[in-house]
Design a protein around this ligand. Structure first.
Ligand code: SAM
Ligand code: SF4
Length: 329
């Protein structure tokens, strides 16, 4: 098991497959100038499958989410999914993607064993999408979403971040659209994880504001009050259900006490938290020929050092050196 000093057990592994991306979302990346990891620094497909295997067979990992950067940019993605699906016990597998390229790949990923997908889409307006992502790819994302649904990936979730003055008035429209399309929408509070360190608490839209905006058009009833468990999203039934909406209030209502996550960066570092400032190197051990048992021991030691919380509310809080795209969101 991966257990920490507070008794939390990690069963959910986030694997970043690349730090690169074909969008430049303003809350995530600068327009230019971000240094990518060099290819030899990235874990190979074999190394990723081996680490996921150790996680699943020796450390109690039950759920694997592939992310990035943009994971669809990784050429071997379907092969990685297929090989992870063959592990015993088979982990549940999901993907967080911006959806560009999903139109072509959703079927193959489903066949390879992918169970679920989260597609990030912040706006229904192509021109706002262009401003927020600095790329003109809105239509590709919508097509990717449709392909995911057609391929039988279930549920298809949509992640949205609201930004003041850009899409903060769009929450009810996004929800009406998601309900109609059969996608489960989740709003994520903007976190201080952008490469350009531009986040401010005053400049973010809070969960309270998101809910107030949604309630101007929808009746929301808390679905699982008191039973949120380790799920980061608090969920509400929309107009009595069955449609739901989630809000991930990482900043204003953190869920650290129930956190069940461990993270692996694209260059093979274990991180116990998005906001951690420490990393533990598994790639070095892998490449120096360490046996599985030694790698599992290093991973357990890293987990034991997991901090109680993100430290966001601490006046001495320092944003991690790596941006979200390099940690794996
Ligand atoms: N490129 C993929 C995507 O956009 O879905 C996967 C990686 S991205 C880092 C994962 C998620 O993190 C996306 O839903 C994105 O909107 C979210 N995200 C990125 N930067 C964020 C920030 N500063 N605060 C909150 N969420 C953020
Ligand atoms: Fe790329 Fe995802 Fe970051 Fe947007 S949020 S720049 S799509 S990694």
């Amino acid at each position: 098991m991966l257990i920490d000093t507070f008794g939390r057990v990690a069963t959910d592994l986030r694997v970043s497959l690349t730090d690169r991306c074909n969008l430049r979302c303003t809350y995530c990346m600068p327009e230019e100038g971000l240094q990518w990891l060099a290819k030899p620094e990235l874990l190979t497909d074999d190394e990723i499958v081996r680490l996921v295997g150790i996680g699943v067979t020796a450390l109690g990992i039950e759920e694997v989410r592939f992310t990035g950067g943009e994971p669809l940019l990784r050429p071997g993605l379907a092969g990685i999914v297929e090989r992870c699906a063959a592990l015993e016990p088979r982990p549940r597998m999901s993907l967080t993607t911006n959806g560009i390229g999903l139109e072509r790949t959703a079927g193959a990923l489903r066949e390879a064993g992918l169970d679920r997908v989260n597609v990030s889409l912040d706006t229904l307006r192509p021109e706002v999408f262009r401003t927020m992502t600095r790329r003109d790819r809105h239509r590709d994302v919508l097509r990717g979403l449709e392909a995911a649904r057609a391929a039988g990936l279930d549920p298809v979730k949509v992640n949205a971040v609201l930004m003041p003055g850009l899409n903060d008035g769009e929450a009810p429209d996004l929800l009406a659209w998601a309900v109609e399309q059969g996608y489960e929408l989740r709003f994520i509070e903007q976190m201080p994880l952008d490469a350009q360190h531009g986040w401010t608490r005053d400049g973010m839209i809070t969960a309270g504001e998101i809910l107030a905006s949604l309630r101007t058009r929808f009746d929301l009833t808390a679905e699982d009050e008191g039973e949120r468990g380790s799920a980061p999203a608090e969920r509400w039934l929309v107009d009595g259900g069955p449609a739901r909406v989630g809000v991930i209030a990482s900043v204003t209502r953190p869920f650290c006490r129930a956190c069940d996550r461990t993270r692996l960066t694209a260059d093979g570092q274990v991180r116990t938290c998005l906001f951690a400032r420490e990393e533990s190197d598994l790639r070095g051990a892998l490449r120096s020929g360490a046996p599985d048992e030694e790698i599992a021991r290093l991973w357990r030691t890293a987990m034991w050092g997991k901090k109680a919380g993100s430290g966001l509310d601490d006046p001495s809080f320092l944003q991690p050196q790596r941006p979200m795209s390099a940690i794996g969101g």
